[in-house]
Structure formats: structure tokens, C-alpha cells
Ligand binder design. Structure first.
Ligand code: ATP
Ligand code: MG
Length: 562
């Protein structure tokens, strides 16, 4: 079953720049990169960047590198590296042989730093953190030059060597670029480019105790890999001057072009890895792949398809201005995809038993049900039917209004793909809870229509009690109750967590064909939404299903009513 839809990519401003560059012969081929820091799992925001970078490479028949920006060993791990690789592949992209690590460049980066020192463009500075902040100045005031700024090349080389050899203590000094303490762009006021960190690195072990900073590493890594267009989010706009300064000052043989685009923001969620990590560590969610998280692994476990995420990224487009995307847009993208590919099944989430009193006790029959009413090619299946069935509790109402076209004493409804039944009697327990309905069926209505042409408006789903597959079902709601949980200055974002974001139904009754469900399958439970098997908590004979998304956008409806 193909999930591919032909998509016509809109030409955004980045694709336009690239097309122009190629046309003018600036490059023989375009090379992009996706540069995650392995300090957490990827989220839907990263998917936007992945689709952009790998998408451009695909469209131009060229390469996109996966490069781990692993210069901060205190926060990084191999587990994160592996999860990122898995997620990029799952999204449908391949870096081929172009897998790189900034840590593989530590020797070259160190040599470039030495070169900067020799060019009198970098110096070892002994100001402590607090002093450095005080010397930096503000947006309206220029900074002050460090007293260590005019050290000789020899002294700087010696001190940098001592830093590298572990002879100096962490925090004792740093290597800074010598640019301009009066620059209106604060980033250019002699930024730190190397710091001492006596921490073992997940790839280089204890080889290094100095590590290069992002701004120094990134441009040089891009340059060494001959990236043509280095695409990043808008918060790096001011860093571009430094990106260019490093490459210009070192007179590198190639100079990639940094272009910034607006990051993805979605309402009712938080996106930064730092905050997602808090949710995980403080057990607000059950791990990085909790189906309520908008991480790639969470979306995968929830049942989102890679195609639906790629389509979402196409729909939102690439722009220059920061904006908010409604969560409903993401949900619609998976709905659209599953609507065409998911077979329909019957599943009762909150079962109410009914007994068909005029159906023989020992009789069983099989009724044919379409797998996809709009797509006959998806075929049909047989549903067992017998005297005792389950229907949805909400499909019965004792004092039903006239327009309630479902079960109530004396009313007739259609059981999907089966018969017309009429409710005759309600059975209650001692406390007055409804425990069972007694109904009669019309044997002349097999398949669901009456030979006499009488009209029955309501159709409900059901499952044979004798054959039902018992399952646990998890229903999800948004993780936060407000649109912008991390934009309240007074409150921590975790105060806005939705206490009802996970609802577990322990005793659902599903049609027996679902016993063969596989993790990769997705289903529409008729009238209930789209579901898939939970990949972690399901065990043989004990299935757990996740609701991926409801059938309609109930939130949009609520907003309209207001
Ligand atoms: P976060 O801000 O969520 O902690 P990050 O930017 O620190 O993420 P990186 O690993 O540095 O995470 O990101 C890798 C790439 O993904 C970068 O090029 C970054 O610009 C891009 N990226 C991160 N978040 C988003 C987003 N919300 N929308 C688009 N691109 C993003
Ligand atoms: Mg970041």
C-alpha cells in the first residue's frame, strides 16, 4: 500500500535562491546538511528542517549530510545519536555515505584556532564569566576590551597549548576571537571560540579537554564538507556575521552561504529539547516516545505516518517570519493520509452488552463488511454475529429526545453490516446502572436494509461478544491546556499540563480480525477515529491500541461554537 502522494513543492525563497545560484553557475551541485546536536530526541520542528534540507537534495539529485554537532559532551550521548539516525531514516530520508560528526574535525578545528592566533585574531582571555559579561556591554553601550586582548602571539600559543594539555583548570581561561568590542552586533564582541571542559566525550573519549564553541565549529564544518547552502533558523541571523568572519579571516577555499528561515512553532505544545527533557526527566510523560509528545519517536508510536509528517511540512512551507501553526493542521495531515489508507474496522470502546432475544442461542453466522467503503479494491472481511453483542454505551439513551437516532426502548437501529434491531427492555443492576439491553432483530434485514423499504436512520457499530478481542485503548488529548504554555512570564510551562491528556480504557471489545494487527498497521475504528497497536506495551493476546487522531477536528468545532 503506497502512502506516497504526488506533491508539488511550492517554491519558497530558499529554493528560489538555490535555483538562481545553480542557474548562474555559482555551484556545480547544491549540498545541504542537517546538523542536530545529539542532546535529545528529534521533534516535529526538526522534521521541518530535515524535510527542507533533505528535500532540496532530493529535488536537485545531490547530497544532504547528516552531521552531529557534538561539541558539548556534558549533554550528549550515543543513545541520542542512534535515535536521531533512526528518526531521519523513518521520515524517509537517507544521507548515504555522508554521515559526519563535528568531533571528527577536532584536530582540524584546533589547527584553525592556532592559525587565528597566529594571525593575531584570537587570544587567551583570563576574565572570569562575570567579568566577561560586564566587559561585553549592552545593546546601547559598547563593550570594553579585555586586559588580556593584546597578549603576544607566542604567549597565546603557549597558553592555548596548556589549555589543550589539561594544564589549566576548567573555567580558568578561554580562547576568544579578536573582533570588535564596539560592534553593534554583540555576538561580534570577541566571542569565545574554545573552552576548557574536563569531560569525556562519547566519541573522542578523554583525548580532548578543550572543546570548540558552536559558532566556530559550525561554519568550519560546513566549509570542510563543501556545503553550499547552510540553512538554519532565524535566531541565528545575528550569528551569520561571525560565521562569515571566521571563514573570511581564515581565507578558506570555500564559503558556504548561511540562510535563515522561520522555525516551526505549534500551539498547545512546547518544542525546545530542553523543555521536552524536563517533561521526560520529571515524569510528566512516559519517555521521549510518549505518544503525546511531538517528538518524531512519539509521533511514530502514536501512529503518524512519515508521509503525513512530510505533507505537513510541505503545507506549512518555508518563510522568513515566525508564526504559530495550529495543532489542527498537524492532525489534519495524518487524518488525510489515513483516510485513504486505513482499513475500516468495528471496535466498541465502552461496551454495553445486548442480547438479541429472538436469535437462537447456538447460532452463529458471518456477515460481509467492506474494508473501505470508498475503495472497493481494499476488499472485505467476514464479521461473526451471534445472540450476544456489545455496542457503545453512548449509543443507548433511556429518555432519548426525538432526534436521537440510536438505541432507546422501542426504537429501531441498524447494526453496521448486520441487521435492524429494536430495543425492547433495559436491564439494570441493584444500583440502577444499565448493564444490558434486550433487543429483537428482524431476520429479513440481513445486510442492513428492510425489504419493505422502511427507513431507519441510525447505524451503530457492534462486536460479537463471543468472538470479541478484548483490548486496552488509550485516548489522547493535547498535553497542554493553553495555546502558548511557555510564553507566560509568571508561570512555569509545566503548570499548564493537561491532567486529562491520557485516558486509558481497560476493557474495549474489538472485532476479532484485529487479533492479527501488526505494529505497522493503522485502522479506522468506525465512528471513533484512527488507531494503531502500541509498539511498546502490547503483548501477545493483550493488545494495547493508541488513538492516533479523532475522525474530525473536535477542537475547531468547539472554537466555532464559542
Ligand atoms: P531546540 O531549540 O528545540 O532545543 P535545537 O535548535 O537546539 O533545538 P539542534 O539539534 O541544534 O536543536 O537542531 C538541529 C537543526 O534543526 C538546526 O538546524 C535547527 O535550526 C533545526 N531546528 C530546531 N528546531 C527547529 C524548529 N522548531 N523549526 C525548524 N527547524 C528547527
Ligand atoms: Mg538551538
Amino acid at each position: 500500500m503506497s502512502t506516497e502522494k504526488p506533491t508539488e513543492k511550492p517554491v519558497d525563497f530558499i529554493r528560489q535562491i538555490i535555483a538562481d545560484d545553480l542557474q548562474q553557475g555559482k555551484h556545480d551541485q547544491v549540498i545541504t546538511r542537517f546538523p542536530p546536536e545529539p542532546n535529545g530526541f528529534l521533534h516535529i520542528g526538526h522534521a521541518k528542517s530535515i524535510c527542507l534540507n533533505f528535500g532540496i537534495a532530493q529535488e536537485n539529485n545531490s547530497e544532504c549530510h547528516l552531521r552531529f554537532d557534538d561539541t558539548n559532551p556534558g549533554k550528549e550521548s550515543v543513545e541520542y545519536v542512534e535515535s536521531i539516525k533512526k528518526d531521519v531514516h523513518w521520515l524517509g530520508f537517507d544521507w548515504g555515505e555522508h554521515l559526519y560528526y563535528a568531533s571528527d574535525y577536532f584536530d582540524q578545528l584546533h589547527a584553525f584556532a592556532v592559525e587565528l592566533i597566529k594571525k593575531e585574531k584570537a587570544y587567551v582571555c583570563h576574565l572570569n564569566g562575570e567579568e566577561m559579561r560586564a566587559y561585553r556591554g549592552t545593546l546601547t553601550e559598547p563593550g570594553k576590551e579585555s586586559p588580556y586582548r593584546n597578549r603576544s602571539v607566542e604567549e597565546n600559543l603557549m597558553l592555548f597549548e596548556q589549555m589543550k594539555n589539561g594544564e589549566l583548570a576548567e573555567g580558568e581561561c578561554v580562547l576568544r576571537a579578536k573582533i570588535d568590542m564596539a560592534s553593534p552586533n554583540i555576538i561580534m564582541r570577541d566571542p569565545v571560540i574554545y573552552r576548557i571542559m574536563k569531560i569525556s566525550h562519547h566519541r573522542t573519549g578523554n583525548t580532548w579537554c578543550i572543546y570548540p564553541m558552536y559558532d566556530f565549529t559550525h561554519c568550519l564544518s560546513d566549509m570542510m564538507e563543501r556545503i553550499t547552502h547552510s540553512l538554519c533558523t532565524l535566531e541565528f541571523e545575528n550569528n551569520r556575521a561571525l560565521y562569515d568572519w571566521v571563514l573570511d579571516t581564515l581565507e578558506t577555499p570555500c564559503h558556504p552561504q548561511q540562510i535563515e528561515f522561520a522555525r516551526l512553532n505549534i500551539n498547545f505544545t512546547v518544542m525546545s529539547k530542553r523543555k521536552l527533557l524536563q517533561l521526560v526527566n520529571e515524569h510528566y510523560v512516559n519517555g521521549w516516545n510518549d505518544p503525546r509528545m511531538l517528538t518524531i519517536s512519539g509521533l511514530r508510536r502514536r501512529g503518524y505516518t512519515p508521509a503525513s509528517i512530510r505533507n505537513f511540512c510541505d503545507i506549512i512551507g518555508i518563510g522568513k517570519r515566525d508564526s504559530w501553526i495550529d495543532m489542527g493542521v498537524l492532525e489534519n495531515s495524518v487524518r488525510d493520509d489515513l483516510n485513504t489508507l486505513a482499513p475500516r474496522v468495528l471496535g466498541v470502546l465502552n461496551p454495553l452488552k445486548i442480547v438479541i432475544t429472538n436469535y437462537p442461542e447456538d447460532k452463529e453466522e458471518e456477515l460481509e463488511a467492506q474494508n473501505h467503503p470508498q475503495n472497493p479494491e481494499m476488499g472485505s472481511r467476514m464479521l461473526p454475529f451471534c445472540r450476544e453483542l456489545y455496542v457503545e454505551q453512548t449509543d443507548f439513551m433511556e429518555d432519548a429526545p426525538r432526534k436521537f437516532f440510536r438505541l432507546s426502548v422501542g426504537r429501531e437501529v441498524r447494526l453496521r453490516y448486520a441487521y435492524l434491531i429494536t430495543c425492547q427492555e433495559v436491564i439494570k443492576d441493584d444500583e440502577g446502572n444499565i448493564v444490558e439491553l434486550r433487543c429483537t432483530y428482524d431476520p429479513e434485514t440481513r445486510g442492513g436494509s428492510a425489504p419493505d423499504g422502511r427507513k431507519v436512520k441510525g447505524t451503530i457499530h457492534w462486536v460479537s461478544a463471543r468472538h470479541a478481542l478484548q483490548a486496552k485503548v488509550r485516548l489522547y488529548d493535547r498535553l497542554f491546556t493553553v495555546e502558548h504554555p511557555d510564553m507566560d512570564k509568571e508561570k512555569d510551562f509545566k503548570e499548564f499540563i493537561n491532567p486529562d491528556s491520557l485516558q486509558t480504557l481497560e476493557n474495549c471489545m474489538l472485532e476479532p480480525t484485529l487479533a492479527n494487527a501488526d505494529e505497522a498497521d493503522r485502522y479506522q475504528f468506525e465512528r471513533q477515529g484512527y488507531f494503531c497497536l502500541d509498539s511498546e506495551d502490547s503483548a501477545p493476546g493483550k493488545p494495547v491500541f493508541n488513538r492516533i487522531v479523532t475522525l474530525r477536528d473536535s477542537w475547531a468545532k468547539l472554537a466555532k461554537k464559542k
